[in-house]
Design a binder for this molecule. Sequence first.
Ligand code: S3P
Length: 430
Amino acid sequence: MELKVTGAAKNLRGTIRVPGDKSMTHRALLLGAMAGGASRLRGMMRAGVIDAMRDCLAALGVEIEKIDEEETLVHGRHWLSPDRILDCRNSGTTMRFLMGALAGSSVSATLTGSPRLSQRPMDRVAEPLRRMGAQIAGHNGSDQPPLQIAGSRLRGIEYDMPVASAQVKTAILLAGLHAEGRTLIHEPVASRDHSERLLRHLGVSVTNSNGTLHLEPIQAPLPAFEFVIPGDLSAAAFMVAAALLTPGSEIRVQNLGLNPTRTGLLNTMRRMGATIETSAITETAGEPTGELTATFSPLKGIEIQGEQVVSMIDEIPALAVVATQAHGETKIRGAGELRLKESDRLSGMTAELRKMGAQIEEHPDGLTIEGPTPLTGTRVHSHGDHRLAMALTVAGLLASGETIIADAEVIHESYPEFVTTLRSIGAELE
Ligand code: S3P
């Protein structure tokens, strides 16, 4: 599918909602599948990456029942050894979380995925899990998929994480739930803490003192739970970026997750001069939820480093587009992890934004972008990456002339309503 942006947008205005948070949906489905009883999820993300997790859990014997557009019941139970290979498709979260959850389970399973997923690092998960006693065998003696995991008796470890990664942290926590003895994890920089919040909500003892997590194993199955999943800030980021950069715009996003480990982009854009207001209204399963208003604002360039990058790890493609319109230089450093996502996001954004006329330099661990630069519509490519496709759509909304985003169907991986929502605030897309 090609997406055509017919010209520069004007006055993006309106009140929107975005899909349920991807990270929270993955965690809610998986912990619901492990729980004893039926958990009720409202507002979960329904998109490609979540289908990957749902289908893997179904193969483990877990019934996931769609009640209606809003509500899903997850019938947690003792897992069964699947009679088929579990296909994590292009979802790193699905594969890494399942590695952790399967390692200490009583079943054996094989995990596979897309060619891109098979190139992404799994040793960062396999290595600590093996120290816990996990039995994991990768392809040809490597740590690459297909990964065979034979559930076994694990022991708690003390682990110094070499990279800040919530996926790795979560895999270790999931394994630690069924290990003998407590698990300690030292994080170099705090990554998103949705797992800790949801586990605490379920009564698990997981505490954080000065960047060290302490997890006590559970003695009984996790209880079933209810979770109203708020909207995904990483999806909203594209709408916010479009509104900030389009004269005359003001958008309001309702029911949005505002977990402080996820709001790095908002803080960075405020430092660039953006008018963004947020108000937390409720808390659901320990997750602050509220509203956001973003208004067109003149922006200036900024420098961001590794620590800030972690709190906006999925938002760098959106920030790169924003930086093309900010006055002065934007330097992003300490972002080498972006090369290991659904695509190499540093080289992909550089190549595609350059085609539109942006002044952007690629570095081993980041980008330098000079602005403001008028963008010109042309044909760009998603690199098979949902976040690149959406960031380039925003770039198209700022460009003169027509922009075509090739292979844009990948947007359905995390935001099937993306085009409809953009149209609802006034963007012209075909
Ligand atoms: C995620 C963590 C991040 C992020 C991914 C979702 C999670 O990955 O990029 O989209 O839900 O824990 P890393 O932990 O590998 O940085």
